[in-house]
Design a protein. Structure first.
Length: 401
């Protein structure tokens, strides 16, 4: 099948669901298993990729691949190589393709990253999570600060495009504590940082502990102070926020995640993976956004793929209104915001999905900024302010019909 390099971008997400242990704050689809056959899972991932490729209306070159989890750095490099080769065979690669693998910062995994590089991975996102041993212990992480720094040093030899994740706003963390951690991280002169506030998610060990009366994270006001500090320090260091939790040099923004936030097309494979892509987009009245979700259980997913070629257990078909809502919800996470005019071109008249009076109110409240057309006085572009990005769910509920 011919491959075209025309827009929109097409991304591929691969979920590797296995971890060595379960962290108490984690609500990802991750499972502690030692008995699975990695090669068998690799073969099944390729099978499901081929199945999903056939669902697309057209075949396009991939612009990004992301190995997430779980812990992809536990994958054998040969399995990573096989999946990348299969993706190139069935889709083709755009010349600037970004291929990311998430990794934990242990010494063993850091060494394996060199083999990932030779298998085709060109970006690494390391789950460092903290540069404070007490917080790492609280978060139930396997590594300590010394091991994380040493792993970072090893991985830098192979990868220029390197990001680390840090978690902040843990109970008792002061502005000073966080400033120290951020300064240490910035001293590495990395091109990208992902900085997440600790949130307590249902189904996690932390959730149970919180319900039993423990305080595990900062209250909203203190967390907002740390968020504000984060914006200042990272901007001054040349890594401004480009999304709520993501900071990078302009040339190092994560292309794969940018595609999600721009409501682009992506295929998701592996246990518990989600995908979304648009078909029949030429005429907005016929537009359909297909959503897929696969079985979460690794064993159940494997069995389904081996039997039917895919592990999809939920498929949705959204129309133009739902697609407009997705574009606004995802796009307002970005500091650049969204083009209302562009959404109208794809999804039809704004009156069907946007409440202009509520938009005006949110602008007056200081949560949104706008550009407006001189001719019509209507809002053409919308972006959330720093204050607005902290209460995005509320604003979105306000402004969408
Ligand atoms: S290593 Fe990552 S995916 Fe695995 S349990 Fe911990 S936070 Fe979750």
């Amino acid at each position: 099948m011919p491959v075209s390099d025309t827009n929109p971008d097409l991304a591929l997400y691969i979920h590797w669901p296995f971890c060595r242990q379960k962290c108490p704050y984690c609500d990802f689809n991750s499972h502690v298993r030692t008995t699975h056959d990695s090669a068998e899972f690799g073969t099944a991932l390729c099978l499901e990729m081929s199945y999903m490729a056939k669902m697309l209306a057209d075949r396009r070159a991939l612009t990004s691949i992301f190995f997430g989890g779980g812990t992809p750095s536990l994958m054998p490099p040969a399995v990573i190589g096989k999946i990348i080769a299969h993706a190139e065979k069935i889709f083709g690669f755009a010349p600037t393709i970004e291929i990311t693998a998430e990794a934990n910062p242990t010494s063993v995994e850091a060494k394996i990253m060199t083999e990932f590089y030779h298998a085709g991975v060109n970006r690494v996102s390391m789950g460092v999570q903290s540069l404070d041993n007490d917080i790492l212990k609280f978060l139930g992480r396997e590594h300590d600060v010394a091991e994380a720094l040493s792993a970072l040093d090893t991985v830098r030899h192979s990868f220029d495009n390197l990001s680390i994740d840090l978690i902040y706003a843990t109970a008792g963390q002061t502005l000073n504590d966080w400033q120290n951690t951020l300064s240490q991280a910035l001293a590495f002169d990395l091109p990208h940082l992902s900085l997440y506030q600790l949130t307590i998610e249902p189904g996690t060990v932390f959730y149970t502990r919180q319900r039993n009366g423990e305080t595990l994270n900062l209250d909203d006001d203190h967390a907002a102070d740390l968020f504000e500090l984060t914006q200042h320090i990272t901007a001054a260091a040349g890594l401004p926020a480009y999304e709520i939790s993501n900071h990078g040099k302009p040339t190092a923004q994560c292309q794969h995640n940018m595609n999600y936030w721009r409501a682009g097309d992506w295929i998701g494979i592996g246990p518990g993976a989600h995908g979304r892509f648009t078909i029949a987009a030429d005429e907005y009245k016929n537009l359909q956004r297909v959503g897929t979700a696969t079985r979460r259980s690794p064993a159940g997913w494997l069995q389904s793929v081996q039997k039917t070629g895919h592990g999809i257990d939920n498929r949705t078909h959204d129309g133009a209104d739902a697609f407009a809502a997705e574009m606004i919800m995802m796009g307002l996470r970005l500091t650049t915001g969204v083009s209302i005019q562009q959404i109208e071109t794809i999804c039809g008249p704004r009156g069907e999905w946007l409440d202009d009076a509520a938009v005006t109110q949110a602008i007056e409240d200081g949560w949104l900024d706008r550009n407006q057309s001189n001719d019509s006085g209507m809002v053409t572009d919308l972006r959330a302010t720093d204050a607005g990005r902290l209460r995005l769910n509320h604003i979105i509920a306000m402004i969408l019909r």
